[in-house]
Ligand binder design. Structure first.
Ligand code: SF4
Length: 368
């Protein structure tokens, strides 16, 4: 079967390996481009949010390349995202595309359905249960390795001396992981990638501002959807920590471990969970970033995304209580890179002044 899936950051490397090693042909989704968005805007309902439109464009592009099955995620709770795969299926059918959309719902939602879909992928690929489980384990190790090198790149980039060197090293590190086929090979590739990133020429005397990135999962995870915001901030000399990684719910080694406490942190501000999407997370994560000494937070919100609009209306109280500036960027098809860059520059300026004021006050207190 020719299988494809949505493009989300660098995860396509692991999913490509998985699809191929489950005995199928992988149609690697192209990185979302202007064409992807144009297709998405043309064929999606006008009211749909930007992740839906980008996915529409991606699905049309992979259908052109012959994809027969698109695997995506469903969802539970009051989010439109849970129904998007159904809408995409209608849309593709209407356009005469012979492609099936298959959504994996969270296993707790419907265990039987989850296993039935996994079994179908295994059987059509001709794998034994043992081989299937092994392939899933290798793919998971790959996803972890991909996240590890990416996280490190966001710490190294603000210190780099030669602009762009970290990004070049990151791509090489991703390539090492892409070439690895077994768990020991992936572990070695990860080590090599980390060493390469650490070899970037750095100015260790810098003290970068720290900014947390929160918001809706797709625009946070897909750099093309947020105009490569983390790379942009890194090149402005800012260290970033993203609240969401594909492995973030099992890992403990991001700069800040945001797990567990998010909902209790959000509760004083929003006692009405769930509100869908990552709205509650955005509130709780702002509190946690403030408590972990971050200088500011950037909230990424698709235009007309209700959960993030709710969060945005509450975030000013959090910002006031914890003295942490928050910049909300609404993203839609009209958003341009230059506009985002200008707003980020102004925000970074504000954070720098705030930090200087704090330092000055500290010194004044010492003198007195
Ligand atoms: S969470 Fe927001 S962006 Fe995501 S599907 Fe729901 S409304 Fe759209």
């Amino acid at each position: 079967m020719k299988i494809s899936f949505p493009h989300m950051g660098y995860s396509y490397i692991a999913f490509k390996w998985l699809v191929e090693n489950l005995g199928h042909e992988c149609i690697v989704p192209p990185e979302p481009s202007k064409r992807t968005l144009d297709l998405g805007v043309r064929y999606s309902p006008e009211f749909a949010c930007i992740p839906f439109k980008i996915l529409t464009g991606t699905y049309l592009e992979v259908a052109e390349q012959g994809a027969e099955l698109i695997i995506t995620s469903g969802g539970m709770g009051p989010s439109r995202a849970a129904y998007y795969w159904v809408m995409h299926q209608y849309l593709l059918d209407d356009l005469g595309k012979d492609v099936e959309v298959m959504a994996f719902e969270p296993p707790l939602c419907d265990v039987k359905d989850f296993w039935k879909k996994l079994r179908r992928l295994r059987k059509t690929g001709g794998l034994s249960v043992k081989e299937f489980i092994q392939a899933l384990k290798v793919a998971w190790t790959k996803i972890n390795a991909l996240d590890d090198v990416e996280i490190l790149s966001h710490q190294v980039r603000p210190l780099e001396i030669k602009r762009g060197e970290t990004t070049r090293h990151l791509w090489k590190a991703l390539d090492y992981i892409d070439q690895a086929n077994t768990i020991p090979e992936i572990i070695d590739a990860r080590e090599e990638g980390i060493k390469l990133l650490q070899s970037t020429e750095m100015d260790m005397s810098r003290n970068p501002l720290k900014v947390g990135i929160i918001g809706e999962i797709y625009v946070v995870l897909e750099p093309a959807a947020n105009h490569y915001l983390q790379i942009m901030l890194g090149e402005m000399g800012v260290e970033t920590d993203r609240s969401i990684y594909l492995t973030s719910y099992t890992r403990k080694n991001t700069i800040v471990n945001l797990e567990g406490d998010i909902f209790s942190m959000a509760q004083p501000y929003l006692n009405e969970a769930p509100i869908g999407g990552h709205g509650v997370n955005s509130i709780g994560e702002t509190v946690l970033y403030a408590q972990n000494g971050f200088d500011g937070v950037v909230q990424l919100a698709p235009f007309a995304c209700i959960p993030e609009i709710v969060a945005k209306s509450i975030v000013p109280s959090v910002s006031r209580d914890f003295d942490i500036p928050v910049l909300t960027l609404f993203i839609d098809e009209q958003t341009g890179k230059a506009g985002i860059q200008t707003r980020l520059e102004a925000f970074i300026d504000l954070l720098e002044r705030k930090r200087e004021q704090k330092e000055r006050k500290k010194i004044e207190r010492l003198v007195i």
